[in-house]
Design a protein around this ligand. Structure first.
Ligand code: AMP
Ligand code: MG
Length: 483
């Protein structure tokens, strides 16, 4: 096969043996390309255009491995819905780290590529629908400006997977800054060997946080991870994204959104929104996301206690001091974000009221989260439908008065709002429609949706068919863990 620019290293396999298992990818019987992300390929130095479809299918099924790749699965643990479990890649193989021409180190991983020692009861496979879902939503997140893993390819394997029905099997090629999770540290601490956790700490600092000060490596790392997590959750809240399964094994230390299973976007604003069919108690609801991020951060900090200070009580005290700061750090970032959604350049404590009044009004009136903010970003005052109400109109006047106090012009406020409030998000019914049709062989709606979502902040006529939620709302919409 032609050289398309792969440039692999595998520093992860320099970690102690426990952290991974080298093993082959299960062969696919008749691989066939479904979607190939040539734009992403180009941006990371891979010239996918020079390969034939057949070669791309062989490559992205793992039937033919690129030079320098070494396939292995990672061990990790995690708190799933609050309960600790030993886990690991049960259906994924890393190929190593591709170094881009810009010298950026990126993990390439196959997902759905067969059983591993960590598969437990699972079959190691993935169905086409959930892999296309991850492709679609992760790419949408990227174009929304949110840190995320990316998707390079989806191929059908030619083999079936048995779920509630028999489905076409598929493999997704995922690109990530790394796959180091809170759960990787939870796994390390289970090894009862201080050296193991120390090695992982050093590796993570070198790989992701070369800029952080290191008087105390562990505390610096906890602090840096907290900042990145707070930034990430603020982004999710900004666009109404609900991850759905914020277990500690799905929390990347690089601060990227990872593992698109039961995630979905909220339509009408309701802080208690949950879509995941298994999240009966709403642990991972929209409004709980920052609290869960803090809970996960606490689990992370616990893994570093032996390294913070020789005196364990002192370690606990120092770690708690950072973790307890999360609500304050988050709140400040959230307030700035909400102010920017309203075109306010500086955020004042007093802006809290105007924001919460709007959000309360939205709950009471079933107002669409995305479309309400986007319509505020136009120059005209919205006054159709629910926006006619006196409560909304008087809120609008208060907001206009507040805008006058901006140091910047009204045009700059509008620009700011248009860059923070998407005109289009992946609407649940459009996602389902695209996936259903792709599973029966018609990729057109999927490709159209992917293409629309590449420019989420630009208003254009073609968006009309993509902007609105279903008239019946999303109250009954259920999502599933993508297996
Ligand atoms: P997730 O909910 O995708 O984050 O997965 C949780 C755990 O289940 C991870 O350890 C996965 O590798 C594992 N897993 C998910 N699906 C499968 C499958 N089909 N076969 C084996 N392991 C799986
Ligand atoms: Mg996971």
């Amino acid at each position: 096969m032609k050289d398309i620019g792969f440039n692999f290293e595998t520093t992860y396999t320099n970690l102690p043996r426990q952290f991974y298992t080298e093993l082959k990818v299960s062969p696919s019987s008749e691989p066939e390309t479904v979607v190939i992300n040539k734009v992403l390929g180009d941006s990371i130095g891979l010239n996918l255009s020079i390969l034939t479809d057949e070669e791309l299918a062989t490559l992205f099924s793992g039937n033919h491995l690129p030079v320098g790749a070494k396939t292995f699965s990672q061990a990790y643990a995690g708190h799933q819905f609050g309960h600790f479990t030993m886990l690991g890649d049960g259906r994924a193989h890393l190929l190593g780290e591709h170094i881009t021409p810009q010298n950026i180190r990126l993990d390439l991983q196959f997902k759905g590529s067969g059983r591993t020692p960590y598969s437990r009861g699972g079959d190691g496979k993935a169905a086409l629908g959930p892999m296309l879902r991850e492709y679609l939503i992760s790419e949408a997140m990227h174009y929304l400006g949110i840190p995320t893993t990316r998707s390079l390819a989806v191929v059908k394997t030619g083999d079936s997977v048995v779920r509630e029905s028999v489905l076409p099997g598929a493999i997704l090629t995922r690109v990530a800054s790394s796959h180091i999770r809170v759960g990787t540290f939870e796994f390390a601490i289970q090894q009862q060997n201080p050296e193991v956790i120390q090695v992982l700490l050093d590796y993570t600092l070198d790989r992701h946080f070369s800029e952080v000060k290191r008087q105390n490596k562990s505390l610096s790392l906890i602090q840096a991870v907290m900042e990145r997590q707070a930034d990430l959750i603020v982004h999710w809240m900004r666009v109404g994204f609900i991850h759905g399964v914020m277990n500690t094994d799905n929390m990347s230390l690089a601060g990227e959104t990872i593992d698109y299973g039961p995630c979905a976007f909220m339509d009408a604003y309701d802080p208690k929104t949950v879509f995941s069919s298994i999240d009966h108690l709403g642990r991972y609801s929209y409004i709980n996301q920052p609290k869960i991020a803090q809970w996960n951060l606490a689990r992370f900090a616990e893994t570093l206690l032996t390294l913070i200070d020789k005196d364990i009580n002192k370690s606990v005290e120092l770690a708690e001091e950072i973790v307890n700061k999360f609500p304050e750090v988050y709140q400040e970032k959230w307030l700035n974000m909400m102010c920017s959604k309203l075109g306010l350049f500086e955020a004042y404590e007093s802006d809290m009221q105007i924001i919460s009044d709007l959000l309360e009004w939205m709950v009471a009136n079933n107002a669409d989260y995305t479309n309400t903010f986007r319509s505020l970003s136009q120059l005209e005052r919205p006054n159709n439908g629910v926006y006619q109400s006196e409560t909304f109109q008087s809120w609008y006047r208060r907001w206009q008065d507040r805008l006058q106090k901006n140091s910047e012009s009204i045009e700059s406020s509008i620009e700011l709002m248009k860059s923070r409030n998407p005109a289009v998000i992946p609407r649940n019914h459009k996602v389902e429609e695209a996936l259903e049709s792709a599973t029966i062989g018609n990729l057109k709606p999927f490709e159209d949706l992917v293409s629309i979502l590449k420019e989420p902040y630009t208003e254009r006529a073609v968006l009309k068919a993509y902007k609105n939620p279903l008239k019946t709302g999303s109250a009954d919409y259920k999502t599933f863990c993508g297996t």
